[in-house]
Design a protein. Sequence first.
Length: 393
Amino acid sequence: MIQADVVVVDGARITAVGGRPPADAEIIDASGGTLLPGLIDAHVHTNPESLALALRFGVTTELEMQGIHTRDQRAHITDDDTVADVRSSGFGITPPGGHPSELFPEGFRPGPPPGATPPAGPRPVMPFSRTPQEAAAFVRELVEAGSDYIKFMVDDGSVEGHPGLPMLDQATLNAGVSAARQHDMLTVAHALTVDATRMAIEAGIHGLAHLFMDRPHTDAIIELIARSGAFVVPCVVLDASMMGITGAALADDPRVASRLPDAWMTTLRSSFGHYPQGRIDDVLSSVKALHDAGVDLLVGTDASMALPFLGGVAHGASVHHELLYLVRAGLTPVEALRAATSTPARRFGLTDRGRIAPGLRADLLLVEGDPTTTIGDTLNIRAVWRRGTRQRH
């Protein structure tokens, strides 16, 4: 963390930290507040409306872990300073009928409503893989289609209440991760169990997009993750929702309610509820063990659509909830803030953001109070800037 009384922004960039402001500068009085880098949510499924919602809460970048906002499909977002910026894996590599198909009710039609204009450009790659050869081939297609990183689904459905789902086997996962590394691509894995986590780490995955929730951690699994150098996006808010813990307390906070549309308030007050036998204290203990072992932790929420059966989380708002969970697990407020700023920027190669430094993007969040000592102050939002453009909501 830096200590400075002046931050100078010129256009989309930070030009100075400290010193005196230019004589002709517009002065914004931040007395009593703290200026933070824009927050980064390292696990979402999103669209332009959700990106706009995230920005209301000071989340200036969302990392999509299943979706359409790949390199050639987001020009309308990259240049729009009324929404958060986005990076995307495209669609995750999974077998036919594998996760996430089990999450949706029979007859549910994801995507644009009937009659809506589909996104311009080529159809997204749907990488359904049964064999090592198919996984490796789909990696190449995803790279060519503009994925920023490659995601693998390693899930037998047991946590979601659908045991026996088709699942990538070790050989197919190994081949896919190896192919991605040959293309110099970052790899991430969806893994909700200890066994799936072990599979992903043994395949050489760069990061875990979830923290296991099926059992307490052991020294062995923590050591395996730490030794691999992989990062972890715990998504504690998602684990809580899977256990039936809603986001009602967050929705009751007037700082949240004043920014959330009704559909998202309803969603936040609901939960996934697929794994009521889980224990949130076990998850928090695992977070602390990973942190103590030196594993990089990143803030993520798994927020997706405003639907009650995908409930307990909401774009933007749940980032602040995740920060509270990380501190509850034993991180200091400063460590939790790094997990939502500089650490995801570093691990995902976003070298132009995540810190307040000359030359970086002016993605900024001004809050009342001091979240470096009281993490809940992140919701005392006074102003948000995306590339130096102040938001007007």
